[in-house]
Design a protein. Structure first.
Lengths: 114, 112
């Protein structure tokens, strides 16, 4: 089945140690997103790629970076994780043709920072 | 319901009853709205969407109502089942490229 796959499901890192989260899609969608979701809160958009064009949200810290080497893959890099970065990170995709469309979400990566 | 701090508003419904979850959105220029269901430890799952040129849309056991005058969105679930227990988020498209902004969320608890 076509889907959005996130790896790993759980990630533990140390304070200040760089970490990379992965997302792949078999939907061939042109847009990929990264959301951060803290406990009992709504998902918050960090950035998105429209094809190869990177779009950062104004309030996303510089500590968060992203790469999209091809249509299928997108990575979230956290350069120096702090305790406040512990959260669920959600990858999503959308196929935008002429207007806004629904997002398809992966199962998320739960990041713990020790 | 209204949110206070980090506590999700909770709606408790008996199995078989109808549920109504409400959402107030912020941007009068938003042109697309979605309801998502999120179970514990999982990613949001699409339920139903509606564009701003409509005021009602029905799916299987679910109906979304949009009132643009008061910027209000609601999700109605008919004959609520235990499997409907989850957190429900409304989301609005606030820009290009389907940039969804999520509302606070409502926890639906289905009692037997």
């Amino acid at each position: 089945d076509a889907m959005v796959i996130q790896n790993p499901r759980y990630q533990v890192t140390q304070f200040g140690k760089p970490v990379t989260l992965s997302c792949s899609q078999t939907l061939n969608h042109n847009v990929m997103y990264w959301y951060q979701q803290k406990s009992s809160q709504a998902p918050k958009l960090l950035f998105h790629y429209y094809d190869k064009d990177f779009n950062n949200e104004a309030d996303t810290p510089d500590n968060f970076q992203s790469r999209r080497p091809n249509t299928s893959f997108c990575f979230l890099d956290i350069r120096s994780p702090g305790l406040g970065d512990a959260a669920m990170y959600l990858c999503a995709t959308s196929d935008i043709l002429g207007g806004p469309e629904k997002l398809f979400f992966g199962s998320g990566t739960q990041l713990s920072v020790l | 319901g209204e949110s206070v701090g980090l506590h999700l508003p909770t709606l408790s419904v008996q199995e078989g009853d109808n549920s109504i979850i409400n959402c107030a959105y912020s941007n009068s220029a938003s042109d697309y709205f979605i309801w998502y269901k999120q179970e514990s430890g999982k990613g949001p799952q699409f339920i139903i969407d509606i564009r701003s040129n409509m005021d009602k849309r029905q799916g299987q056991r679910v109906t979304v109502l949009l009132n643009k005058t008061v910027k209000h969105l609601s999700l109605q679930i008919a004959a609520t089942q235990p499997g409907d227990s989850a957190v429900y988020f409304c989301a609005e498209n606030t820009g290009t490229a389907s940039k969804l902004t999520f509302g606070t969320g409502t926890r639906l608890q289905v009692t037997l």
